[in-house]
Design a protein around this ligand. Sequence first.
Ligand code: SF4
Length: 299
Amino acid sequence: MKTIYTLQAGEKLNKKQFLEYFEKKVRKTIRTNKLIGKREKILVACSGGKDSTTALYLLNKITKDNKNIKIEAIHNDPSIGTYSKINKNNIIKFCKQHNIPLHLTSFREEFGHSLCYIKDLLKEKEIRYKSCSICGVLRRYLLNKKAKELRATKLVTGHNMDDESQNIMMNIFQNHTEILPRLGPISGLKQTKGFIPRIKPLYFCTEEETKLYSKLNDFPVKYEKCPCRTDAYRKDIADMLDDFEKHHKATKSGIIQSFLKLLPTLKREEKGKVKRCKKCQEPSAGNICNTCKILDLIR
Ligand code: SF4
């Protein structure tokens, strides 16, 4: 049978073997990191892209016979033109196909403006936030808020190994070491009231593997990158790591494995440092959370 993927150790996999390999890796990530408890309401944050659609598909498949685990999806629309419209339609189609309840929310509905408009408003005030910074801060806030409203016990994101190795390096390069304890297969701050723990079942799957899995399953997904990503610091880090990986195999996995060894110490040191935002009462690293800071600037 035709080889469609070659493992780093050189083993060649056909389609059936690759699908089994990928699913086995996700099951192992869930099991060894205790991502799912005995009774859960799991909300999967779905952008409509390959990663979150794959995470939703697999969680639904893995838990389908367990009556104590409920899987639902949530889509936040940042209103980035045609790109967002296609993603939204795709996730609606996917959830219908698989009979998964889907909750829809948007920046316009929650904050009164689209992401692009918020960026322009800030620019007029000569505050130059990058699109991804605004999008990330507002989306995290919104997902945590909605997850609480829906009484979810876990929030799933589609972060893969490439995303996570970028996150680690970005925070180190920018000296944002206080963010590091919130990364890992279970991120967020489990002990902090008000934070719904976030789980990442694709943590050990690479971008390439996830894309292949999504394509082989013919998920209704658009594979182009977000048009606003061009101005992101993340893109430079991603390009650097891709280039490094090309010449030095297993670089990304090395970053992840080293980070996981440090994580227990980082979490211990961080315990008790989280405050509440004085304005919205949501958990925050400072007195005022980043969401309130952005919303104050655009009012
Ligand atoms: S690439 Fe950046 S702007 Fe686009 S959806 Fe992702 S975080 Fe938002």
